[in-house]
Each structure stands twice: as C-alpha cells, then as structure tokens.
Design a protein around this ligand. Structure first.
Ligand code: DP6
Length: 342
C-alpha cells in the first residue's frame, strides 16, 4: 500500500478536558460524542524521497492549497514521534486534507484533522513495516495515544458514538481514549447536535494557552475533582436514559468551562451576548414544550444544541426562529478508511 484515504470526525465534549500535564496527559477524564458530518477527509501517499538526509520530507495541502501552519504541526509531530514512523519516514510523504465544515465554526478541527493524519500515517507505517500481529484494538490504542500527543481531544475522535479519555476507574486511562457507547443507553446513538453559529471569528485564546491557564487557577483542585464526579453521574444518567440529569450535568459543565476562563489570569470572556440570549431562549423552549433539549459549548461562543432525533421537528422550528446559521450534525461512527491502493 502506498496510498490511503481516511475520514475522521470531530467530537464534542460533554465532560471537558481543560488542563493538562506532561506529554499531553489530561488533568481530568473527559467524555465526548463523536460527530458524523463534521469531518476531515485526508489522503496520505508515499513516494520516493529526494533527499535521504532530511528526516521528514513532507508536502501538504489543505483544501487544495499549501498551508504552512498545518504542515509545520505535522512535521514537528513526526520529528518528535519518529520512533513510531520508521518505515514511513524513509519516503516522501504527500498529504491532501480537507474539512466538511467551515473554519472557526465551533467545531474542533484539530480533533478531526489530527486523528485523520495519525490514523492514516500509522496504517501506512504498519503496512510498510509488514506488521501482521496487531489486532484492531492494539492499532486503535496506539492511534489514539499518538493522536492525543498531536491534540488531546483528537484521541477521542477514533471511536464510535461516545469516547472516554483519562484515568477513570477500570475503564479509562490517560494514554489513549476508549469507546464507551456500550456503557450507555443505545438511544444516545440517535442524538442530534445542531451547531448554532453565533460568531465565526477566530478564537481569542488557543486551546493550548487555555489549558495552561489551569496550571495556576485558584479553583483547579475543585475543578478536577468535580469533573471526575460529574463523569460518574453522567455515565449513570446515560445508562438509565435519565435525560433530566443528563441535561443538568452537560449544561453545568459547559458553563463551568467558561467560568474557569473568566476567572483565569489573564481572564477571557469568549461568550457573546448572543450566546446568552440563545441559552435563555433554549431553556424557555425546553420548559414550555417539555422537550429534552440542551446545549454545550466549546472554548468559543457557538452553541452545540443536543437532543434526541425524535424531537427534530420541534427543535428545528425553534432553531429556525433564531435566524442564525446552523450546522446540523449527529452522533457518528469514528475514524474509517475510505480507500487504499490495495
Ligand atoms: C474545550 O484538544 O484542542 O474543546 O490538546 O492543546 O490540542 P490541545 O487541546 P484541545 O482542547 C480541547 C478543549 C475543549 C474541551 C474538550 O474537547 O474536551
């Protein structure tokens, strides 16, 4: 195999990863829905290397154009992790990548793009090395672990439905994420995520800088233990399909993430007045129509509106009334191979 095309989705965290240590280990375990339509499609091809003295010979285009920022990220990653890509790095690597969603839309592009890149690179490495003895589980653990190093949240994108990353009982560990949809009610497979675009402006704080704010945050210890407790409560609520508790925890967790940013030094306010307006309207809609719909937020002003598919008609009408751009997505299946040349 010299060429492979993969698709990898973004994900939206219900329990947030916010704060890290060491080689990109999380301060608390996180849990996310894997998305379906918001994804990166990436083709990785190897050719003859021109200069054997160069450790990484990489050509990269994003949406048909060269992109030095992304390229630098990938080169840095391959240099640091070269021990895992021995055979791949003996070749010239040509990558074409594109996203199905717009930039700065409240959809984590590093999660989809980095998981797609690592997954494709590792698949090719395994084939070039003639490795036979890796079960799917071992491959996924390794792909998730290396994706984590590229971008923490990317470790979760590989898995179908629901993924957990971080030390947690006997289920999760800090090194790689695991798929946990079997631990919850199957109806969560039919959840929708409508992303309400309040602002398409570039984020005021990168996640890297955001995580660093937790290093000296006055509430850090409370935050890390609360996130862990919430994870247990949320998994139990999801097992029992207790949507009232699900809604309470998911919304509190989203608001906590922003509260932490507001009370950091320096302080960041990433919510827009419109974000709060939509939250109030949504809560009012929930109450008057008795529909189990809730929101979560990434490190930005855009809202992810979560609800069971059977309430789509009513929720769609509500979302239309907001008069804002909406990206309709739903819970999906994780990283997959689209094609390979053998
Ligand atoms: C708020 O995974 O983007 O979306 O590890 O520095 O690449 P890096 O950070 P990143 O952080 C995501 C933060 C979050 C919460 C979450 O997805 O869990």
């Amino acid at each position: 195999m010299n060429k492979i095309t993969v698709e990898s989705p973004s994900n939206i965290a219900l329990i947030k990863y916010w704060g890290k240590f060491g080689k990109q280990f999380p301060r608390n375990p996180s849990l996310s829905f894997t998305l379906s339509k918001a994804k990166t499609i990436l083709t990785l091809e190897v050719a003859k290397k021109n200069n054997q003295d160069e450790v990484v010979d990489l050509e990269f285009t994003f949406a048909g154009k060269s992109n030095d920022k992304f390229k630098a990220k990938m080169v840095k990653f391959l240099l640091e992790e070269k021990i895992h890509f021995d055979h791949l790095l003996q070749h010239k690597i040509i990558i074409h990548s594109e996203n199905t969603f717009p930039h700065s839309s409240g959809i984590a592009s590093s999660a989809s793009s980095m998981s797609a890149f690592v997954f494709a690179a590792l698949k090719l490495e395994f084939t070039l090395s003639g490795s036979q003895d890796f079960s799917d589980e071992n491959f996924l653990n390794k792909a998730s672990s290396l994706s984590r190093i590229a971008s923490g949240s990317a470790s979760r994108s590989l898995f179908s439905g629901l993924a957990l990353w971080g030390d947690y009982e006997k289920i999760g560990n800090n090194d790689w994420a695991v798929g946990v949809e079997h631990l919850v009610d199957p109806r969560f497979k039919n959840f929708r995520d409508a992303i309400v675009i309040v602002s398409a402006e570039e984020k005021a704080v990168s996640s890297r800088a955001g995580h660093a704010l937790m290093d000296h945050h006055p509430y850090r210890e409370v935050r890390f233990s609360t996130a862990r407790e919430r994870l247990s409560q949320l998994l139990l609520a999801m097992k029992n399909y207790d949507l009232e508790t699900f809604i309470k925890i998911v919304e509190t967790e989203a608001l906590d993430l922003h509260s932490l940013m507001m009370t950091s030094d320096p302080s960041f306010i990433l919510l827009e007045p419109k974000t709060l307006e939509v939250i109030k309207l949504l809560r009012n809609f929930r109450l008057t129509h008795q529909i189990p719909v809730c929101f979560t937020l990434d490190a930005g002003p855009n809202l992810h509106v979560l609800y069971p598919a059977e309430f789509s008609e009513a929720v769609d009408t509500f979302l239309l009334s907001l008069n804002l751009p909406i990206i309709n997505d739903q819970v999906g299946f994780g990283t997959t191979v689209v094609s390979s040349d053998n």
